[in-house]
Write a protein that binds this ligand. Sequence first.
Ligand code: ZN
Length: 306
Amino acid sequence: MKLDGIHHVTCITADAPRNVDFYTRVLGLRMVKKTVNQDDPTVYHLFYADERGSAGSDITFFEYPGARTGRAGRGMVSSIVWRVGSQQALDFWEQRLGDEGAAPTRGDGGLRFDDPEGLGLELELLTGADAPLVAEHPDIPHELALQGFGGVRMYSSDMERGRELLEQTLGFEPRGDCRWELQGEHRGAFYERLPAPDEPGIPGAGTVHHVAWASSVAEHEDWQRRVAADGYHPTPVIDRFYFKSIYFREPAGVLFEIATLGPGFATDEPIEHLGERLSLPPDFEHLRDQLDGVLTPLPDARAGRV
Ligand code: ZN
């Protein structure tokens, strides 16, 4: 059994309209699902990804209106890293993000910036055989676009903590003392620990809620049993309608999920129209009329697109 890279990363926004604008217009991702939080259907769960809504490219946000601004600290994800394909792509994004006031900083083979709520994001030139997962945007040449996730970085004060889970249970390969890599059938990903800052973290807007790793549908229950057998207390398998999930916390603090590669976002709307209307899983469909008046109005996620 091998995990197939990152499935999705879920974060928190207190400002859904600005979130839609940044991830669709500025970063050029496609909104592939506009649905509600299954634990509180009066607020959104928004999904942005490549043109097909592929696992491996999917960043999602729970909307918590009025949530305080958070700050990444010990036990929390410090940045989410996307792949890009060339130095020209980094040049392009340095200019584009600078023009948008995102103040990117260029480092060795990468670009670091924050989203409008302070969520740490990076673009990295990563070699690897993973197929580029690209969304089409009229202002962003296809070959310069984001290509799906490369990995995530998190803050820890103990680089050893969680090593057994990563290496023995989940099948990550160590690369040095504080970096691990996965190579699945279709996609790879890295997970890296950075020394934690002194200031404590604050969960809230602009922070990561959890990181989901991808599993085949066939192996998903076996992953649940393996994580349980190794003592990490996963939840039972939960049906999220677009995929099935288990959740458990890695010892250094980040909430992990393992999610299935299917059925996917085209299960309740055609791929050409993903994310255009509010999608409600069958158990929530009866709330549609009520929710119309309650949910935050959002800008057009296809603005400027053909
Ligand atoms: Zn998730």
